[in-house]
Design a protein around this ligand. Structure first.
Ligand code: PLP
Length: 445
């Protein structure tokens, strides 16, 4: 038997088995043959769905969290999707030079674009920013000391903790200053003959406000140069351009770091950059050159699909068409733009579902979130759709949406389900309507 049929047969056996034990336990009242068969079919469907729910599936993100780590962070641009399918999924020039017909540098175009866009001399792409940080620390600080401010010993989501990464890399942590204030002299006094590097970490998902102080990157760079140690900045979110027009003014841009004199910097490909999962290392050519020759380079490298998507995303920046990048387009939507779209959507929806049902659709002011540990203080003003039902609790509505096909992911606040169209692409609106229809079909109490 082929494996699909085998699977179906085994699910059917399990469904029958569970039905039999329910009958034996007296849980099922006397039923006709047809009723029992229908019940078996329901159990089978349920088990099949349960198995499928662990596979990767497209979802509609109606949470308003733009860089949603659980939902795959940055959605890729059209050109990045096309590059994966059309250019990279078969044979491609990953490590091949068409001019010479000989072996070429792997992923060269993406890395050249990264250097151009950030003002760095060279760039290298690895699996993610955690790998990038681990790589830089291992290659340049193992066996030595790394000086870092106590205000930057942060945890960035789940299991990326700066002190742990440092320990794993074989470097010794030399913490200076206090949580809220660190002075240049604190760094200066800590540097000794074992010091390899001064590390600056962008706190990402966390802000220290009020009575605070930290030396500028420019001052740290002067100090690092004078004392002959490297200055490394883990920037995290990787804003390639000024994002003030998207309402984000407190995220450092990568080129500012290079202008200030850092030797090497790392950031993610799938946060504010808006590309595929990747860790970007940019820096002076001598630093990147040493990383390229390090044995870890091969272990941390990315595949052709990542290079293709990243390259296409970066080309959008080079062309200046940043509206092609979904993360930046979504972040730049104003409340006015969203309210126009929401009103149109709700009018259409009300026509489709009719009014004689228990579903209550309203629109309310609210906020979205940047997500991905970037700009935690920024709450983009949004215009939300609030759903409630005369006989279904919000949790049940949220669950029904989550179980539709494609699943729609929403949030719950104050007993209502909230949908934020900021993160829903216009061509996904029919999916949203399809997910809402069964709610309107629920009977009135
Ligand atoms: C997000 C982040 C990381 C981890 O990046 P991944 O790409 O998720 O591995 C590391 N450092 C900083 C400062 C970050 O913001």
């Amino acid at each position: 038997m082929e494996s699909g049929k085998r699977k179906a047969a085994s699910l059917a056996r399990e469904a029958l088995e569970s039905l039999r034990s329910s009958i034996a336990a007296g849980d099922i009242p006397e039923s006709s043959r047809a009723q029992l068969l229908a019940a078996a079919e329901r159990v089978l469907q349920f088990r099949w769905q349960a198995e499928r729910s662990t596979s990767i599936r497209r979802v509609v993100n109606a949470t308003g969290v733009v860089i949603h780590t659980n939902l795959g962070r940055a959605p890729l641009s059209e050109s990045a999707r096309r590059a994966i399918i059309d250019e990279a999924s078969g044979y491609c020039t990953l490590e091949y030079d068409l001019d010479t017909g000989a072996r070429g540098a792997r992923g060269r175009r993406a890395e050249t674009l990264l250097a151009e866009l950030t003002g760095a001399e060279d760039a290298l792409v690895v699996n993610n920013c955690a790998a990038a940080a681990f790589f830089v620390l291992t290659a340049f600080a193992a066996g030595g000391e790394v000086v870092i401010s106590r205000g930057e010993l942060v945890e960035i989501g789940g299991d990326f903790r700066i002190p742990d990464v440092l320990a794993q890399s074989g470097a010794t942590l030399r913490e200076v200053g206090t949580t809220n204030r660190t002075k240049l002299a604190d760094y200066e006094n800590a540097i000794n003959e074992n010091t390899r590097m001064v590390l600056r970490v962008h706190p990402s998902n966390y802000r220290i406000i009020g009575f605070t102080a930290t030396p500028s990157l420019g001052k740290l760079s002067e100090l690092a140069r004078k004392r002959n140690v490297l200055l490394y900045e883990d920037i995290g979110s990787g804003a390639l351009i000024d994002l003030t027009s998207c309402g984000i003014s407190d995220e450092p841009s990568v080129s500012d770091s290079f202008a200030a004199g850092v030797d090497v910097a790392t950031f993610s490909g799938d946060k504010l950059l808006g590309g595929p999962q990747a860790g970007v290392i940019v820096g002076r050519s001598e630093v990147i050159g040493r990383l390229r020759k390090h044995p870890l380079c091969r272990a941390l490298r990315v595949d052709k699909l990542t290079y293709a998507a990243l390259q296409a995303t970066l080309e959008s920046y080079t062309r200046g068409s940043i509206n092609d990048i979904p993360v930046l387009r979504m972040l730049s939507l104003t409340r006015d733009e969203l309210s126009g779209r929401v009103d149109r959507f709700v009018r259409g929806l009300q026509k489709t579902v009719g009014r004689n049902n228990g579903l209550v659709i309203e629109t309310v002011e609210g906020t979205s979130a940047v997500g991905g540990g970037a700009a935690p203080a920024v709450e983009p003003p949004s215009w939300l759709i609030s759903l409630s039902h005369r006989c279904l609790p919000a949790m049940r509505i949220e669950q029904l949406l989550r179980n539709s096909n494609p699943p729609v992911i929403a949030r719950i606040a104050d007993g209502c389900v909230l949908l934020d169209l900021r993160t829903v692409a216009p061509d996904e609106e029919p999916d949203l309507v399809a997910a809402l229809l069964p709610l309107a079909a629920q009977p009135e109490p």
